[in-house]
Design a protein around this ligand. Structure first.
Ligand code: BTN
Length: 129
């Protein structure tokens, strides 16, 4: 199995976009995230993401994790964990599970601050497709 490259532009099933632009030899990566949906229903801003991907030697698809800081429009934070897959046609897919932490106004509200969900990302081609 060829290693999945996280570098590039991705779109998920909610129509959010993410671009992973800096990827280091040790598996660490950075990028930008533009979410199509927000908790408030208001406009999103491009938000920084940071993560790390496993470096696998022989076979198997790599797992990764990244966080997104939404602080240009929200106090929330999201952590994604996922795995990169390539199908028989060479199409890459990132299957992820996320935790979205909303800021509580008080400790009493802490219990209801965290949502969980899934997103699938596919590569967004800018020239064709
Ligand atoms: C906020 O609204 O306060 C922050 C934006 C949260 C967007 C979430 S993160 C998980 C899910 N996947 C997306 O692409 N967007 C939503």
């Amino acid at each position: 199995a060829a290693p999945c490259q996280l570098n590039g532009l991705w779109r998920n099933d909610q129509d959010s976009l993410m671009e992973i632009s800096v990827s280091r030899d040790n598996g660490d990566f950075q990028g930008q995230y533009l979410t199509r949906v927000t908790l408030s229903g208001g406009c999103a801003q491009i938000s920084p993401l940071k993560g790390t991907q496993q470096q696998l030697g022989d076979g198997g698809w790599p797992t990764f994790a990244f966080t997104v800081r939404w602080d240009r429009f929200s106090n929330a934070t999201t952590a994604f964990v996922g795995q990169c897959f390539v199908d028989a046609d060479g199409k890459e897919m990132l299957t992820t599970t996320w935790l979205l932490r909303e800021a509580a106004e008080s400790l009493e509200q802490d219990w209801k601050t965290t949502r969980v969900g899934r997103n699938i990302f596919t590569r967004k081609h800018t020239t064709r497709g």
